[in-house]
Ligand binder design. Structure first.
Ligand SMILES: Nc1nc2c(c(=O)[nH]1)N[C@H]1C(S)=C(S)[C@@H](COP(=O)(O)O)O[C@H]1N2
Ligand SMILES: [Mo]
Length: 537
């Protein structure tokens, strides 16, 4: 009987200590959130540790995360960090039962780690960025010290045992103060929840200037409007990707754990570097006053697997980038210009490297201000982003851009290149079957096989479908809007009962047939042909 009561008491103390640890972790995160809302939302510990994790993740693992979790990759990472914090908090809580001061000091040391991560972020705003982690850790350490102290402090199990046995019941040891504990725990929970909510509200208010500046934008009419989309460009076949992807459905790929909210009123773009004889800086209003071009352009991500979803087409409005570069005195390398690489830097310190030659070769490379008739959504780069037809997003489509530096490929490697991706990455020709879906069960008869194909800036000349090992059969093509957009296609298949494999391939505007050679997305984009297996019956 006595043994049972001792064990129960031990287990109870362990559980209370674990709960204290969790509460300490909760208090730490809440205090950090509140502090970050005052200092800089991007300096919060979960964000800086998450950012450091993203930057250090090997390219293959990052690619796996994008493939597996898709656009939830950041959520999964954040939940992973929270779960780790929770686990550490429980362990520290139990540890603090015997080593109260050391346990509390342990919490502080995690604060120092967070502070170091904050200072190591490429977009760090300086010393103040350490505050969220340090204030959070101090709050966590204090809570751990107070709560575990009330559970029984550093009285070790043998003391508790003798206390239990001398009292002759399973009553509490002298150091155990149930009312005090519950009160302190309750106050901690309420105060932390309040601090966290206040932090969130303040962070929300911070973004209000940006939100208001976006709401106030009046988009000018383009000096050079997009050609109307030909009536025959959209086939209206159920299941086929819409020709123009609505903003809400447009894929999103970036490293930003907190979407930058930039106030267009204070935003500026700087152009400088090698071969820039007239360095320039532009405000948002100045860009809007310039003649704007409007173009339909399909954007694709290098991390898109064969048949994958990371492609979207939008109508972009913006300033022709080559005009700005010429104004700054920049010349294309083929005309003797000294810079062959353009580094775009964003407000969140992302760097993307684009070949100057392509930007100045007459294609519609632009600094976009609008997407499908509205100012850029925050997720897609408000106030200004780059778009260059024919190049994967990571070498061209800088969102939240704030600086353009002219340099050379030899002297500077941008973010993704440092992580194993190719310096130059033109979009590879791809065709995708949107319908039928993989492993669909369909009725025999004529089945419409359809999808999209893209080879930006080269255009799509032909799409062919192969059933099982049969001959390649020509699909019918929708009208081509421009060579910079994807093209829909369809094929009427006389489907006989049984299992069948459908494969598609495209030929680009230069007559080059899409290769069947399968490559991974790293280092310069996946190649190979998309196929789906279906059952007819
Ligand atoms: N600032 C910034 N810009 C960025 C990125 C990023 O991580 N940060 N990702 C790039 C990549 S890899 C792609 S594919 C495109 C995606 O643009 P979207 O999210 O608007 O579709 O943005 C590019 N621009
Ligand atoms: Mo990308």
């Amino acid at each position: 009987m006595r043994v049972v009561s001792i064990n129960r008491r031990t287990v109870e103390r362990g559980a209370l200590a674990a709960a204290s640890g969790l509460l300490a972790g909760y208090a730490a995160l809440a205090a950090a959130e509140l502090t970050a809302s005052l200092v800089r939302p991007q300096a919060g510990p979960v964000t800086v540790i998450g950012g450091a994790a993203i930057d250090r993740t090997p390219a293959a693992l990052k690619d796996f995360a994008i493939r597996t979790f898709g656009e939830n990759d950041k959520l999964v990472l954040q939940l992973g960090i929270l779960a780790t914090v929770g686990l550490l908090a429980v362990l520290l809580g139990v540890f603090a039962l015997r080593h109260l001061r050391t346990g509390a000091a342990g919490v502080l040391s995690f604060g120092v780690l967070g502070a170091a991560a904050a200072l190591g972020r490429p977009d760090t705003a300086g010393a103040a960025d350490v505050l969220p982690s340090l204030v959070g850790a101090a709050a966590g350490a204090l809570v751990l010290y107070l709560l575990v102290g009330k559970v029984g402090g550093s009285t070790d199990v043998s003391t508790a045992t003798s206390a239990t046995s001398t009292s002759g019941s399973d009553g509490p040891p002298a150091a155990w103060n149930r009312r005090g504990f519950l009160l302190a725990a309750g106050v901690t929970a309420i105060a932390s929840t309040g601090a966290g909510a206040l932090g969130r509200a303040l962070t929300g208010r911070r973004g209000q200037g940006a939100t208001a500046s976006r709401a106030a934008v009046r988009l000018p009419a383009p000096a050079s409007p997009a050609a109307p989309i030909p009536a025959g460009a959209a086939l209206r076949i159920p299941g086929v990707s819409a020709f123009t992807t609505p903003n809400k459905e447009f894929y999103r790929v970036d490293t930003a754990l907190v979407v930058p909210r930039v106030d267009a009123g204070t935003w500026r773009l700087r152009i400088h570097g090698k071969g820039v004889s007239r360095p320039r800086s532009y405000s948002y209003a100045e860009l809007l006053q310039r003649p704007l071009i409007e173009r339909d352009i399909t954007l694709t991500c290098v991390s898109n697997e064969v048949g994958g979803p990371y492609a979207g087409s939008a109508r972009w409005l913006g300033v022709r980038l080559s005009d700005l570069l010429r104004e700054a005195g920049v010349q294309a390398p083929s005309r003797g210009g000294r810079a062959d690489q353009l580094i775009a830097r964003s407000v969140d310190a992302m760097t993307l490297g684009t070949p100057v030659e392509e930007v100045m070769d007459g294609r519609d490379a632009m600094l976009a201000v609008a997407m499908n008739g509205e100012p850029l959504p925050f997720e897609h780069g408000f106030p200004v982003r780059m778009v260059v037809p024919g190049l994967y997003g990571y070498v061209s489509a800088c969102k939240w851009i704030r600086e353009i530096e002219l340099t050379t490929f030899d002297s500077y490697d941008p973010y993704w290149v440092k992580r194993g991706w190719a310096r130059r990455a033109p979009v590879k020709t791809q065709a995708r079957i949107d319908t039928p879906k993989p492993f669909a069960r369909i009725a025999a008869g004529t089945v419409t096989v359809a999808g999209v194909a893209w080879a930006q800036h080269r255009g799509i000349e032909r799409v062919e479908v192969q059933v099982d090992d049969g001959p390649w059969q020509e699909a019918s093509l929708a009208a081509q809007a421009t060579t910079d957009t994807w093209r829909q296609w369809s094929f009427g298949w006389k489907a006989a009962p049984g299992g069948h494999r459908l494969t598609v391939r495209a030929t680009d505007g230069r007559g080059e047939v899409q290769t069947e050679l399968r490559t991974r997305t790293i280092p310069d984009g996946a190649s190979g042909r998309h196929g789906v297996f279906v059952t007819v019956g």
